[in-house]
Every structure is written in structure tokens, then in C-alpha cells.
Ligand binder design. Structure first.
Ligand SMILES: [Mn+2]
Length: 337
């Protein structure tokens, strides 16, 4: 039974999440081999939640394969997560898994070249906390009140009587710390601190993990950051601040476009701005636009008109019209909201 037609906005209540977790645990317990996958370009929660369950299953004697879609590359700041060497490339992923589990993945399309395996899986368990999740599994454990998918993994491990160990704990800690913005976002509840407290008893290297995940950058990136901040434009009337990174900047500083991912989080510190925008020119000339809001403005509405998506606080889209025309449209949209 595929339940993809359920209304995604129809969020599961706590008993429904409990029931789905129980069904997920039964499915996993009833199979000796499990295939795990997270979304393309995995972040800390996707990788951390998947690897945590992978470690726990392997230790308990399951056959477990863990992978993520092409490009099969992990961003360098996740290097401290234990078990990256245990990940299998998408080509080694079973074509028709008996039981497959996806992590932090809001839609089937986010599984890239692992999508056919998901469609062919005997049972497809979807573990996620995105409210927009399309419920593409046979068992959907979707809990938007969870700060991270890692929180759901911990609950699933309890149901499977899988004990925590250091590797699982470090991975879950990374998931938690990434998706709560280091315990700063609204999702940072007492439950989050309870879980963090349990995890750090397993000798989690908190300072080393924090530096690798959040603090450390190449000197070249910091210099490009300086340039981008110097060039940034503040539009006081709109409470709007923006900057752009062009291919020529990336070449001049020797920085890749993926490395400037965090620039928007620096620029959004601007006290005079409600909305922050970073425009990045891709090698093909298209412009990748990231929008952030403090909450008074719903930036998803701007992104949706442009064919993109996201949520109230963070949204994005791709434009083919160059930096100046694109930022002009964003400002016009902002002024009209
Ligand atoms: Mn997440």
C-alpha cells in the first residue's frame, strides 16, 4: 500500500507517530537485511541519523547497506562523523531491497539514482521531520515536532532494543546539533537537551565536532567572504540586504560554489535587515538564490513565484536572468508583500 496521496499538510499527531514507529520497528525486526538511504547532498542530520542506525544495526547482526545518491561525495565538514568509510556507493545499493529506510528525505525525487530502489522496496520506511514530506513510503514516520530526523532514529532504536554506543551517539549528536543550529533554533526543546545529555555521556568529542561542523573554513573562503560582505547592499526601506558571488569571484579566490553555502548565515546577522538574499552564479550562468527571513516575511512566497520552494524562514530558487534582474525582482516582490 502506497500512501502517497495523503495530504502532506495533514501532520501526524503524537499517537500516529508512535504507531508508525512501531510498524517501522516490526518491519526492520522482521528482516535480516536493511537498506538505508538519505537525501542527495546530505547534511548533518541526513548523514548522522542514517549512520547512527547503520552502526546500531551492524553491531546487532543485521546486514545493513547505507548510501546516498550521486554525487557520492560527503562535504568536508562532516569528516568527523564515524562510519563514512562504511557507506556504499549508489551502484552497490540493492536494486530491490526487502526493507528500505530513508532519512530526512522529504520527497522521492530527493533520492536521485536511489529512487528506483525505493520504488522496488518490499517495505519503504520514511523517517523524516519535514512538514512538507510527501509520504512516499509504505510506512511514514513524519514528525514535524522533532528537531531532527536523528530524534526519530533514537526512538526507533529504543523500540528495536538497539543500545547506543559511541559511534551512534556521535552521529546522533551531529544530527541534533546541525538541525537545531547548535541548540539555537525554535526546535530546541527540553527533549532535545535530554537527548543531547544522553548522547554526550558516550564521549562525544564536542569541541572537535563543533569546529569541524561550524567553525573551520579555508583561508581562501574567509577572504572571499570579506569581499562579499564589503560589496553587500543594504536597502533600509525594505529591511533587505543582499550580495552576490560570481564565477569570477570563485576563480579569483580558488573557492568552489559549495564552499560559500554558509555565506547567507553570516549576512543574515545584519541588524537592519529582515530579509537576506545571496545570489550565486553557477558555472552555466544560472543564478542560485538563497533567501532568509527573521519570520515577519514569508520568503517561501517569493521563491514559489520564481519556481522554487522552502519555508517561511528559508527558501530558494534558480534564475536564468542574471544577478541584477533577479535581485530587482526579489526587491519588487518584497515591496509588494
Ligand atoms: Mn533534518
Amino acid at each position: 500500500m502506497r500512501s502517497g496521496r495523503e495530504d502532506p499538510a495533514d501532520a501526524m499527531d503524537a499517537p500516529a507517530v508512535e504507531a508508525a514507529l512501531t510498524r517501522a520497528a516490526h518491519a526492520i525486526a522482521g528482516s535480516s537485511s536493511v537498506a538505508l538511504a538519505c537525501h542527495v547532498n546530505p547534511d548533518g542530520d541526513a548523514l548522522g541519523s542514517m549512520l547512527a542506525l547503520h552502526h546500531a544495526l551492524l553491531r546487532a547482526g543485521w546486514e545493513s547497506v547505507a548510501s546516498f545518491p550521486t554525487p557520492f561525495e560527503v562535504a568536508t565538514h562532516y569528516r568527523e562523523l564515524p562510519g563514512l568509510d562504511l557507506l556504499a556507493p549508489p551502484s552497490a545499493f540493492p536494486a530491490e531491497p526487502d526493507v528500505m529506510v530513508t532519512f530526512d528525505c522529504g520527497a522521492l525525487g530527493r533520492l536521485g539514482d536511489l529512487e528506483p530502489a525505493a520504488k522496488a522496496a518490499g517495505e519503504l520506511v520514511v523517517l523524516d521531520h519535514h512538514v512538507s514530506n510527501t509520504r512516499f513510503g509504505t510506512i511514514n514516520v513524519i514528525d514535524p515536532s522533532s528537531a531532527a530526523t536523528g530524534v526519530l532514529v533514537r526512538r526507533l532504536m529504543e523500540r528495536l532494543a538497539l543500545p547506543l554506543d559511541r559511534d551512534s551517539a556521535v552521529c546522533l549528536y551531529a544530527a541534533l546539533v546541525c538541525d537545531t543550529g547548535r541548540f539555537q533554533y525554535e526546535t530546541t526543546t527540553a527533549e532535545v537537551f535530554d537527548l543531547a545529555s544522553e548522547l554526550v555521556t558516550f564521549d562525544v568529542p564536542v569541541p572537535r565536532l563543533s569546529r569541524a561542523l561550524f567553525e573551520e573554513h579555508r583561508f581562501a573562503y574567509l577572504q572571499l567572504l570579506g569581499e562579499a560582505l564589503t560589496r553587500a547592499v543594504l536597502v533600509p526601506d525594505l529591511r533587505f540586504v543582499w550580495t552576490a558571488i560570481r564565477q569570477s569571484d570563485l576563480h579569483r579566490f580558488g573557492v568552489s560554489i559549495d564552499e560559500v553555502e554558509g555565506l547567507v548565515d553570516v549576512l543574515r546577522r545584519t541588524a537592519e535587515a529582515e530579509v537576506t538574499c545571496v545570489l550565486k552564479e553557477e558555472a552555466d550562468g544560472s543564478i542560485r538564490v538563497s533567501l532568509r527571513s527573521l519570520g515577519a516575511v514569508d520568503v517561501r512566497r517569493i521563491a514559489q513565484v520564481e519556481g522554487g520552494g522552502g519555508h517561511r524562514f528559508a527558501a530558494g530558487f534558480t534564475s536564468l536572468d542574471g544577478v541584477e534582474a533577479t535581485v530587482a525582482r526579489v526587491q519588487a516582490a518584497l515591496g509588494a508583500l
